[in-house]
Write a protein that binds this ligand. Structure first.
Ligand SMILES: [Zn+2]
Length: 161
């Protein structure tokens, strides 16, 4: 299943924009692609896992709120104050595990109106930067080597957290 196919199926199963329908992030039965090697982080408010294989480059982590909220406006005070800390912890772990120079952050809530942030490693040696790098780093099909790399990277990030 490609990312675009998955997203199209997800959109087809969504019955409303307010969370009344099945949400890929809230409903484990609807989550067709769990994070490889399981969750890297979970404190009850936030959880994070490596991006599903085939959705992004190895080393990409998706941070998501446990609660079904759209964006920072709907976060409670505890979530607001802890978001920067958990994001910083994940960025440090991604840098340590991948040796990247920056960690790009990308949040559109396009597939589902549930707060989640993509954290992607970026290197100075990359031929692309900014939004072009983000677009080129997210793709529909993973080569077998990328599956192995994603699993190895998830393990390395877990050890660095
Ligand atoms: Zn949700």
């Amino acid at each position: 299943m490609t990312q675009h196919g998955t997203m199209a199926r997800q959109a087809a199963t969504r019955t409303s924009a307010d969370g009344a329908g099945r949400c890929w992030f809230c409903d484990d039965a609807a989550r067709t692609d769990p994070p490889p090697t399981g969750w890297l982080y979970d404190d009850g408010m936030w959880r994070a896992g490596h991006a599903p294989v085939g959705h992004s480059i190895p080393g990409t982590v998706i941070l998501e709120a446990h609660r079904h909220v759209l964006d920072q406006v709907e976060l409670n005070q505890n979530e607001r104050t802890s978001l920067a800390d958990v994001t910083a912890r994940l960025i440090s772990a991604i840098k340590s595990a991948t040796g990247c120079d920056r960690v790009y952050q990308w949040a559109t809530m396009d597939g589902y109106p549930h707060f989640h942030v993509w954290l992607l490693p970026w290197w100075e040696s990359a031929s692309l930067r900014g939004p072009r790098y983000l677009v080129a780093s997210v793709f529909g099909d993973a080569e077998p080597a990328q599956r192995e790399q994603a699993i190895a990277m998830a393990d390395a990030i877990r050890r660095a957290l």
